[in-house]
Ligand binder design. Structure first.
Ligand code: VGL
Length: 194
C-alpha cells in the first residue's frame, strides 16, 4: 500500500520543559528519530505538522490570556510562530521529513487537516495527488492533536494506523479514552513495530 507518515506537533513547547510539555514527549521525539532511520523509506511522504500560533492574540480563544487555562480547550500560550517553543524538538531528526505543515495561525487547530503545506497545498489534495492509501500517525498529543488528526484521516476513507509507542498525551485518562475513540472509528492501534 502507498503510505504516508504523519508526525504530529513534536515541538519544544509540547516536550518536557515547554509551555505545554507532556510527559514522555522528549522520549517520543527520540524514538521517532530511531523509527525514521529504519522505516522512512517505507513511506511515500513523511509529513510533519507544527502548531504555529500568532503572538499577541488569544488565537480564537485557544490561549488563556487573563484566566487560568483549563487544559481542555484553553491552554497556556504555546507554539508562537517563530519562537523556540514552536520549533521541532531537537531530538527529532528533521532530515527525513519530506513535507512540513503549519496550522493554528490565529485559530485553534488540533488536526493536521486544518493546516497547509509549505507549498500551500491542503492535506486532502496532497493525499489524492500522491495516491496515498494508508496513513500512519505518531506524535503529540495523543488526546488532542493526534486524536483529531487520526479521526480526520480515517474520515477520508483511507486505512489509518496509530503507532502507540510513538505517541505521548497530555493526561493519562484522556489518552486512554482517545485511543478507544480511535479504535471505535476504525483506526488500527499498532503497539509492536520495528
Ligand atoms: C495540542 C493542546 C493544545 C496538541 C495543541 O498538539 O495536541 N494540545 N494545542
Amino acid at each position: 500500500m502507498v503510505a504516508a507518515l504523519f508526525i504530529i506537533d513534536v515541538q519544544n513547547d509540547f516536550t518536557e520543559g515547554g509551555a505545554l510539555g507532556v510527559n514522555g514527549g522528549a522520549a517520543v521525539a527520540a524514538d521517532i528519530t530511531t523509527f525514521l532511520w529504519a522505516n522512512a523509506d517505507h513511506y511515500c511522504v513523511v509529513v510533519a505538522s507544527r502548531d504555529w500560533h500568532d503572538a499577541n492574540s488569544d488565537n480564537g480563544g485557544h490561549f488563556a490570556m487573563d484566566a487560568e487555562p483549563n487544559f481542555v480547550d484553553t491552554w497556556p500560550p504555546h507554539c508562537v510562530a517563530g519562537t523556540y517553543g514552536a520549533e521541532y524538538d531537537p531530538a527529532l531528526n528533521t532530515g527525513q521529513i519530506t513535507m512540513h505543515v503549519r496550522k493554528g495561525q490565529g485559530v485553534p487547530a488540533y488536526s493536521i487537516f486544518e493546516g497547509i503545506t509549505d507549498d500551500g497545498e491542503s492535506i486532502p489534495a496532497m493525499l489524492d495527488r500522491l495516491e496515498i492509501e494508508r496513513i500512519d500517525i505518531v506524535g503529540i498529543a495523543t488526546d488532542y492533536c493526534v486524536l483529531a488528526s487520526a479521526l480526520d484521516a480515517v474520515a477520508t476513507g483511507r486505512s489509518v494506523r496509530v503507532l502507540t509507542r510513538l505517541v505521548a498525551g497530555v493526561a493519562p485518562e484522556s489518552s486512554v479514552a482517545a485511543l478507544a475513540t480511535m479504535q471505535e472509528a476504525g483506526i488500527t492501534l499498532v503497539s509492536e513495530h520495528d
